[in-house]
Design a protein around this ligand. Structure first.
Ligand SMILES: C[S@@+](CC[C@H](N)C(=O)[O-])C[C@H]1O[C@@H](n2cnc3c(N)ncnc32)[C@H](O)[C@@H]1O
Length: 196
């Protein structure tokens, strides 16, 4: 996989696709490996870099459903998945992650939210009834480029998204069924364990 990881990182750089940073990988891979999930949901596949990182931590019987809305990134993701050893583990769905959740019947033991930050709270509300006891929910870019901390100075165009991120944080911190921690590395990541 080393060559494919390098190729994906180079593609992401050229096409300005935001993917998991090297500094985030040890924590992220450690979380996936420790959770040993058999059923994973990801929203925001981009070119499937994180998807393949997840797959490479899992047993071959595990299954990953990942959702991406951008046609060009979907095409790149399909190509990279096809050239990896993990194709049979991965189902890539095309469209809006929040809307597509309504059509998914599976239950999940690992969820990675990495699509539109303003939709994390709506997505989580739909996902909660489908979480298996002990499931782990990871949400990336929680600091929203540090604007989360300085709400008073958030530019108007970002205020709704920042407000919705607050809603999401209220959900994972105020609901006793979640145990949540925040990691500052990268752009901020929350990790929540669903006690059910
Ligand atoms: C930060 S990138 C994902 C990076 C990827 N998880 C990784 O680390 O390799 C966010 C992705 O979410 C996608 N996205 C934006 N809105 C979406 C939506 N409504 N449904 C699904 N994906 C969406 C974007 O096109 C973008 O590719």
């Amino acid at each position: 996989m080393t060559e494919l990881w390098d190729e994906m990182k180079a593609y992401a750089k050229i096409h300005q696709v935001p993917i998991l940073r090297d500094a985030e990988l040890p924590l992220f891979r450690g979380l996936v490996t420790a959770a040993r999930p058999s059923s994973v949901l990801e929203i925001g596949a981009a070119i499937a870099y994180s998807t393949l990182q997840i797959a490479s931590c899992l047993a071959a019987e595990s299954r990953i459903t990942t959702i991406e809305i951008d046609a060009e990134r979907i095409a790149a993701a399909r190509d990279f998945i096809g050239r990896s050893p993990y194709g049979p583990m991965i189902r890539l769905l095309e469209g809006d992650g929040t809307a597509l959740l309504d059509g998914l019947d599976e239950t999940w033991d690992f969820v990675f939210l990495d699509g539109p930050k303003g939709q994390y709270s709506r997505q989580l509300a739909k996902i909660m009834p489908k979480l298996r006891p002990g499931a782990v929910v990871v949400a990336d870019n929680i600091s929203y480029h540090d604007m989360f901390y300085i709400e008073g100075t958030v530019p108007h165009k970002h205020r709704t998204a920042v407000g919705r991120l607050h809603e999401f944080l209220d959900m994972i911190y105020d609901d006793d069924r979640f145990e949540s921690v925040f990691f500052e590395n990268g752009d901020g990541m929350t990790v929540s364990r669903w006690k059910g």
